[in-house]
Write a protein that binds this ligand. Structure first.
Ligand code: GSH
Length: 261
């Protein structure tokens, strides 16, 4: 399965060999999905889903510390200059489709495979509420905590307290939700995949998981899944040696403003 070393990408990356080899159809070999990826909590959502579904994929690293998210070829696929993104050569109608935004990708892969995203409307709404809760709340708030607590070159106590507190509130919401159900939407789904990478970093987010026993139990359960382990290990070596406090890295990632189109 995927993992191990991915070859560095040129535009934004040269394609590494497909790592996962499961096939969806016995009659028609599945063409690998191209995964534009960097090992971060947003990237993990998609590597986990691809691993859970045993979909074949090709890893295309997008080194966001070097600015590969701004390369014109990548912007054709992901106009928001953020990874993850995918290209499915066998999209609807058998034709190529490209998708950006992790939530949209998870939903697409769920519909494509019929896995981890139920078609029953009530069950689907349960999943979507928690998926969008992650996209609009947990992810952005945890991201701000990471920024102000761990990366910012100036310490701003108000900003740190503001986002650590808000994240603490969100952890509490999740903990309450998990009090009487195993997973966020009852059954394991794309909503759980979306949240695991964002709660895994609780220590550096200034949180104490002992305050949230149901969330703690959930995190341990989800992280124990083999596909989650593979998904969250994908491409970790790519990140080695990158210092988020390096002024060159910070110049790429922070202080971005609109660019002329
Ligand atoms: N809403 C987007 C967020 C994706 C995102 O923020 N990706 C980050 C890495 S976790 C990124 O590509 N950053 C590049 C940059 O900041 O220039 C999604 O869910 O796909």
């Amino acid at each position: 399965m995927a993992g191990g070393k991915a070859k560095r990408a040129g535009k934004p990356g040269a394609k590494a060999k497909p790592k996962a080899s499961a096939k969806i159809s016995k009659t028609k070999p599945a063409k690998p999905i191209e995964l534009y990826y960097w090992p971060t909590p947003n990237g993990f959502k998609i590597s986990i889903m691809l691993e859970e579904c045993r979909l074949p994929y090709t890893l295309i690293p997008v080194n966001i510390a070097k600015g590969e998210q701004f390369k014109p070829d990548f912007l054709q696929i992901a106009p928001n200059n953020r990874m993850p993104a995918i290209v499915d050569p066998q999209g609807p109608g058998g034709r190529r489709i490209s998708i950006f935004e992790s939530g949209a990708i998870l939903q697409y892969l769920g519909r494509k495979t019929g896995k981890f995203y139920p078609s029953d409307e009530r069950a689907r709404v349960e999943v979507e509420q928690w998926l969008f809760w992650q996209i609009g709340g947990l992810g952005p708030m945890a991201g701000q905590v990471h920024h102000f607590k761990n990366y910012a070159r100036v310490t701003i106590p108000y900003a740190i307290a503001r986002f650590v507190d808000e994240l603490n509130r969100l952890y509490g919401v999740m903990n309450t939700r998990l009090k009487d159900r195993e997973f966020l939407a009852g059954k394991y789904s794309i909503a759980d995949m979306a949240c695991v990478g964002w709660t895994n970093g609780w220590q550096r987010q200034g949180q104490d998981l002992d305050e949230f026993p149901h969330l703690k139990r959930w995190l341990e359960t989800v992280k124990a899944r083999p596909a989650v382990k593979r998904g969250m290990a994908l491409g970790l070596a790519l990140r080695k040696g990158i210092d988020m406090k390096d002024p060159k890295v910070q110049a790429v990632l922070f202080g971005q403003r609109a660019r002329a189109g």
